[in-house]
Design a protein. Structure first.
Length: 249
């Protein structure tokens, strides 16, 4: 009689990568939920270059994410939101599952992002206002808006310019879409892509197109904001759904 197949290992560790101008604190609700489901989580703050934010590039952040991910035991997941979603996808070759939340997409989809002009240092901390934070988080409660308002940070303009200009990503099947050849190997890991129903930064239609091209599972989420999936009133419920998806990988 043949030996029974060994049980499939479940993902037990996750690296959570925050968006531009934020920090690991963005993931507080998600960490509580994931840890309650038995997943160990790490949510680091992305660090600027030693020369300062103005000298910080996307590659500075990418190297940090790769080092943090390699330090986690396998099987492991990487979860990223917004800019963190782009970084997660660029490091997907090191993960066993990937969750992308309103991700800044790579090329060629980045060409469809809203055009913006970024200074050398984007003064989100200096220019933060509680009123504008509330408007950006209109599906969050007052406590969450105040918490975020006190923690926004400045960001590197070079990082944002590079991300919005479009960077090459792991090779994927993209019928009818022209994309420059890339040397990175194809990533064959399960991907969940979560898209807010209304997002002024990354349109849900753009996230849907990106998800379809890479073969990801698309989860439309009834949030009217870019940061709602992490900081909105229903963030914990979404985190539970993501945990269920990870447990089934």
């Amino acid at each position: 009689m043949p030996d029974p197949m060994p049980p499939r290992a479940c993902i037990r560790h996750a690296l959570l990568i925050h968006g531009a101008g934020a920090g690991g604190w963005e993931w507080n609700l998600w960490q509580d939920v994931l840890r309650s489901r038995g997943l160990g989580t790490v949510a680091p703050d992305l660090r600027p270059a030693l020369e300062g934010l103005a000298a910080t590039t996307l590659d500075h952040y990418r190297r940090q994410v790769r080092a943090e991910l390699e330090a986690l035991p396998r099987p492991r997941a990487v979860i990223g939101a917004s800019l963190g979603g782009l970084l997660a996808w660029l490091c997907a070759d090191l993960a066993d599952a990937v969750v992308l939340i309103n991700p800044v997409p790579p090329t060629p989809w980045a060409a469809r992002l809203p055009a913006r002009d970024w200074p050398e240092v984007v003064p989100w901390r200096r220019d933060a206002r509680l009123a504008s934070t509330r408007r950006a988080m209109d599906d969050a409660d007052e406590a969450a808006a105040l918490y975020a308002f006190r923690r926004w940070r400045d960001e590197s303009g070079a990082v944002l310019r590079e991300a919005h200009a479009g960077v090459e990503a792991p090779a994927v099947e993209m019928p009818a879409v022209e994309m420059p050849a890339v040397e990175m190997p194809a990533v064959e890991v399960p991907v969940l892509c979560i898209a807010s129903q209304r997002d002024d930064d990354v349109a849900p239609e753009l996230s849907a197109q990106f998800a379809a091209a890479i073969g990801a599972t698309l989860l439309p989420w009834p949030s009217p904001s870019h940061v709602g999936p992490l900081l909105g009133r229903d963030a914990a419920r979404l985190a539970a759904q993501a945990a269920d998806w990870l447990s089934a990988r």
